[in-house]
Design a protein around this ligand. Structure first.
Ligand SMILES: Nc1ncnc2c1ncn2[C@@H]1O[C@H](COP(=O)(O)OP(=O)(O)OP(=O)(O)O)[C@@H](O)[C@H]1O
Ligand SMILES: Cc1ncc(C[n+]2csc(CCO)c2C)c(N)n1
Length: 294
């Protein structure tokens, strides 16, 4: 069985991380994670899900309270906030140090960094002035209000998949900001997207943790970014019970163990090793805490 490798290098500044994946970012309608600028600077495709546009419009300036909000929305390159350098993808970046946390505010050729590639959804949550702001920036707005059977996250993931060819898709990893910690029906819908697109790497993120699917078709090697994540973790058989799961590297490892709701599921586990291995006869959710300091 082929091993699938996982590593949350997107939680580290791009300069620290090897660019092994093609990252796409979906911003949902929840408060932005404090490390949203780091996710943004990794992403090569950015999609706002309906009301997610309000969160960037309102939230990015809140992460940089000293700077004029309109300037952040356009993200003009200003050396007085840090120092400029050419990052690995050839874009101008600014190292910005605020409250001991380090952010990268990067500018593309037109220096309008917080401009998404598209806004997609059923458009019942984006505020009129926010919609107008992005229309004036030339952002395409994809109004799919006729589809009331799939969520805005589903619509955005489908768009990302449609816009990539098969070869690029094997390298694709979709980061979803604001997916957890809010309404439970939305959280369940977001988790369901992991299952609907189980052939695509998707990471659901909140300020506190991340969740991804470990498909049963592979054994899994999870390389822990210990500066940014852990030690608390869990393995949850949400879609179907497991009759056999085996792990290494955890404080409470499983050895050919069954897991199901109503009996055992692995919560409040602890990562002990730099590499965790997981093999199961069912799809599992992997979750790990995100460190407060990042
Ligand atoms: N409280 C939340 N918790 C988790 N995810 C959320 C939450 N609110 C929104 N989302 C995510 O952000 C996406 C866009 O949110 P938005 O509020 O625009 O959706 P919506 O379709 O208007 O939702 P609804 O009509 O059910 O309130 C949703 O599809 C969902 O994936
Ligand atoms: C059985 C069933 N339950 C709920 C909905 C409602 N719904 C699901 S996704 C969505 C779009 C949200 O942007 C809406 C309204 C439905 N269609 N079918």
């Amino acid at each position: 069985m082929e091993a699938m490798r996982h590593s949350s290098t997107f939680l580290r500044p791009p300069a620290d991380a090897a660019a092994s994946s093609f990252y796409a970012l979906v911003v949902l309608n929840q408060r932005l994670p404090r490390f949203a600028p780091v996710l943004w600077s990794h992403a090569r495709l950015r999609v706002f899900a309906d009301g997610g546009a309000n969160r960037v419009y309102d939230g990015m300036p809140e992460l940089f309270p000293e700077v004029d909000p309109m300037e952040i929305r356009h993200s003009y390159f200003r050396t007085k906030f840090g120092f400029g350098f050419l990052s690995y993808h050839g874009l101008i970046s600014v190292l910005y140090v605020k409250n001991k946390a380090t952010y990268y505010v990067s500018g593309g050729a037109n220096l309008r960094w917080y401009k998404p590639d598209i806004i997609r959804g059923d458009m019942d949550s984006i505020r009129p002035e926010v919609k107008e702001f992005y229309i004036n920036l030339g952002v395409p707005i994809d109004d799919l209000s006729n589809d009331q059977d799939t969520t805005d996250l589903h619509k955005c993931v489908a768009h990302i998949c449609e816009s990539m060819d098969e070869l690029d898709k094997s390298n694709l990893c979709i980061l979803v900001a604001g997916a957890l910690g809010g309404r439970f029906d939305h959280e369940a819908g977001n988790i369901n997207v992991l299952y609907k697109f189980s052939n695509i790497r998707i990471v659901l993120l909140s300020n506190d943790c991340l969740i991804q699917l470990l498909p049963k078709t592979h054994c899994h090697e999870i390389h822990i970014q210990s500066l940014a994540e852990g030690p608390h973790c869990g393995l949850v058989p949400i879609g179907a019970p497991s009759t056999s799961t085996t792990t290494t590297g955890l404080q409470w490892d499983l050895t050919d163990t069954g897991m199901s709701f109503g009996s055992l599921i692995s919560t409040s586990n602890i990562v002990l090793a730099e590499k965790i291995t997981v093999k199961s006869d069912t799809d599992l959710l992997w979750t790990i805490s995100i460190k407060k300091g990042i």
